[in-house]
Design a protein around this ligand. Structure first.
Ligand SMILES: N[C@@H](CCC(=O)N[C@@H](CS)C(=O)NCC(=O)O)C(=O)O
Length: 228
């Protein structure tokens, strides 16, 4: 339920975009009132001069809060928690240095490694006729899964014993990545269990699971088309 009396927050997003879903889930958990804009990615609206004035990287999500604009889902999530998180901030992004470093480690891994291994398959599929992932791309995704498995060695959630924004970030990205390479539950049992647990959380059911399903539907439809 959105809280009354909070400022107007405009989020540029797409439902099939994992980093957009992570921000939307956080917004939902904090009871924020987002208005949405959905740039046409296939029409390259996000690469237009107008969009690049908002985000020079030409990516979504982007958050506009009055005259303040921030892009990059991890920066957006931290901003939302710092500005509007209230008591949830400590739970979702702990201030204790080691706990926070564990969360940050996952956020940087998500932004710098795992998401990019998904993106190098997704973008060429959608824009340049890629008919499916290469063996090397699949091996790279699997290697990233092995890092997730290692992060879960001592933890119930990805960065500790409770859900944090690291679970929102890595959880959305791995959910979408299932359309390219499913987690092998014998090889990565902790990851499989963690992802199953996340998928049963209400906020994942509401936002992530439909978003990941849509991503899967789109990418598989393009592979079929691109193979012809
Ligand atoms: N690390 C960024 C990734 C943003 C990103 O690449 N988003 C995709 C959509 S899921 C996008 O805008 N792709 C368009 C492009 O890069 O051309 C984040 O977490 O916000």
């Amino acid at each position: 339920m959105a809280k009354q009396g909070l400022p107007r927050l405009l989020l540029y997003k797409r439902d099939a975009s994992p980093p957009s879903c992570a921000v939307m889930m956080l917004g939902d958990m904090l009871g924020l009132n987002f208005e949405y804009k959905e740039p046409d990615l296939l029409g390259l609206e996000h690469k237009s001069a107008d969009f690049k004035k908002i985000n020079p990287m030409g990516t979504i999500p982007v958050l506009q809060d009055g005259d303040f604009v921030v892009s990059e889902s991890h920066a957006i999530m931290k901003y939302l928690l710092n500005q509007y998180g209230g008591s949830a901030r400590e739970r979702l992004y702990p201030s204790e240095p080691r706990q926070q470093a564990a969360v940050d480690q996952c956020l940087f891994f998500s932004a710098g490694v795992l998401f990019n291994r998904l993106k190098v398959v997704a973008l060429p599929t959608l824009l340049h006729g890629l008919p499916g992932p290469s063996e090397q791309q699949l091996a790279d995704i699997e290697e990233a899964y092995s890092v997730v498995e290692a992060y879960l060695k001592d933890n119930k959630y990805i960065a500790g014993d409770r859900l944090t924004i690291a679970d929102l970030s890595l959880g959305t990205t791995i959910s979408a990545a299932q359309a390219i390479l499913e987690i092998n539950k014998d090889k990565f049992p902790r990851s499989y269990e963690w992802l199953t647990k996340l998928h049963n959380e209400e906020v994942f059911k509401k936002i992530n699971n439909p978003g990941a399903a849509l991503f899967g539907k789109i990418i598989h439809a393009f592979w079929q088309k691109n193979k012809k």
